[in-house]
Design a protein around this ligand. Structure first.
Ligand SMILES: Nc1ncnc2c1ncn2[C@@H]1O[C@H](COP(=O)(O)OP(=O)(O)OP(=O)(O)O)[C@@H](O)[C@H]1O
Ligand SMILES: [Mg+2]
Length: 424
């Protein structure tokens, strides 16, 4: 069987490519040849815009008429010939059969200009018509008048048609009906393969988008962190120049606050998950910095962090970090005067409903006359404001020294917590 006509393969002109690329040229030809072999006529697969994804002629009748009407177009250019309107076999195959089946969304069974019939089906993917598949069937006309009409249309002497007509072996109705069913299965198969391609393309696009977003977020966190570090360094330099100890201390504390924020960005820019902060690591590196600033180790003050396996979103992590920064700073500043040694403990615990952040020390305790709900200076004010931001409550627990507990809900969607059990 020679599938292609002397004028070349119309599939070469396919620009749309959806069906052609998804199924592949060879597979399409195999599929088409498979159902065509039962009929021995012609068949085509079209993209939605009419581009050929496959086109095969097997019968002498179809080959002859197709070639003859191609000649009628009077051009050597296939593209121009397709547009000429005189390529009867193409006109029937595309306009009368396939295009009609696509616009109706159902099977079309029509007489073709070459004296046989055409059966076309739309190819549907995700409920949308993406192309069409068809075949010619039936025996060339016996009726002399009909034969003469075809001969006239194709501008050939009737005698030229007799040879190909005689060579065609008629097929039974049963074979034709079976092949129609076969075509429906083929159309569904092509549609399903195209759907799979759509789905995998969507998955790839989503993956790419998520990746791009993560890269962007990481870059943003990285930049914010760098900017904060610059400001923090400036404060440090400025503090070193100040003679007044109180002013110097204030600047250094501000530097500590900035560092708490910068640390969140630093950890997020390095993490796999850019939207949450793993609190154990964050709090550990946070208190390490505060401890160094106040020379805790040299003063015999231990700082311990106990944190459940909790990850918070960036805002909440930052608010917690700032609370811890203030309270640990307070402990190192006020709880251990005159060379007193001791321990500061930071704990973040979670249960089903809420999280509790505790900062305690075994120092001298808060002054009797200080109301932590109203009084204090910037530090405690900040702690109260941050507690509010977290939607939580601030309490003082009893103890030998000072112990503050911030309890805040973990039910809101902004929290992403994983509780896997306490850490040592
Ligand atoms: N852990 C603590 N142990 C003992 N006293 C404390 C402790 N925490 C706070 N205080 C007392 O509470 C006061 C108020 O604390 P607050 O943090 O509001 O102000 P500050 O630390 O003095 O100054 P800043 O505004 O720089 O924080 C402190 O001056 C101190 O007397
Ligand atoms: Mg303070």
């Amino acid at each position: 069987m020679s599938a292609h006509q002397p004028y070349g393969d119309l599939v070469d002109l396919n620009a749309q490519g959806l069906i052609l690329e998804t199924i592949g040229r060879e597979v399409l030809e195999t599929i088409v040849a498979d159902y065509l072999q039962a009929l021995g006529t012609s068949a085509a697969v079209y993209e939605k815009n009419g581009d050929y994804a496959a086109g095969i002629f097997t019968s002498g009748w179809c080959r002859f008429l197709d070639l003859r009407s191609r000649e009628l177009c009077g051009t050597s250019d296939n593209r121009a010939a397709l547009a000429a309107g005189r390529w009867h076999c193409h006109e029937s195959c595309w306009h009368d059969a396939s295009e009609a089946s696509m616009s109706r969304g159902e099977a079309v069974d029509v007489a073709c200009r070459g004296g046989i019939r055409l059966y076309a089906l739309p190819i549907v993917a995700r409920g949308e018509v993406v192309g069409s598949i068809n075949f010619g069937y039936g025996t060339p006309p016996d009726d002399p008048a009909e034969l003469a009409e075809v001969a006239q249309r194709y501008d050939v002497p009737v005698e030229r048609l007799l040879g190909p007509k005689k060579a065609y072996r008629p097929r039974s109705d049963e074979v034709i009906e079976n092949t129609k069913r076969h075509l429906a299965t083929t159309a569904r198969l092509i549609g399903a393969l195209i759907e799979r391609r759509f789905a995998s393309e969507e998955r790839d696009a989503q993956r790419r988008l998520a990746l791009e977003r993560d890269v962007l977020l990481k870059e943003t966190h990285h930049r914010v962190k760098s900017n904060l570090q610059v400001i923090s360094s400036l404060l440090h330099l400025q503090a070193r120049k100040l003679a007044d100890a109180a002013a110097r201390g204030a600047l250094l504390e501000s530097q500590g606050r900035l560092r708490s924020i910068a640390l969140v960005h630093e950890r997020t820019s390095r993490a796999d998950d850019v939207s949450t902060v793993e609190m154990g690591g964050y709090l550990a590196s946070l208190v390490k910095g505060v401890g160094e600033l106040f020379e805790a180790a040299a003063r015999g003050i231990a700082i311990v962090v106990r944190c459940d396996d909790v990850s918070l979103d960036v805002d909440d992590a930052m608010h917690c970090g700032l609370v811890v920064n203030e309270l640990v700073t307070n402990a190192l500043k006020h709880a251990f005067p005159h060379g007193r040694a001791g321990t500061v403990e930071v704990a973040l615990r979670g249960d089903e409903r809420s999280l509790s952040l505790t900062v305690s020390d075994d120092g001298i305790g808060l002054p009797e006359n200080l109301d932590f709900r109203k009084g204090g200076s910037l530090g405690l004010q900040l702690v109260r404001a941050l507690t509010e931001q977290l939607g939580g409550t601030l309490k003082k627990a009893s103890g030998p020294g000072t112990s503050f507990v911030v309890r805040f809900p973990d039910q809101r969607s902004s929290y992403r917590t994983r509780l896997v059990g306490p850490r040592p």
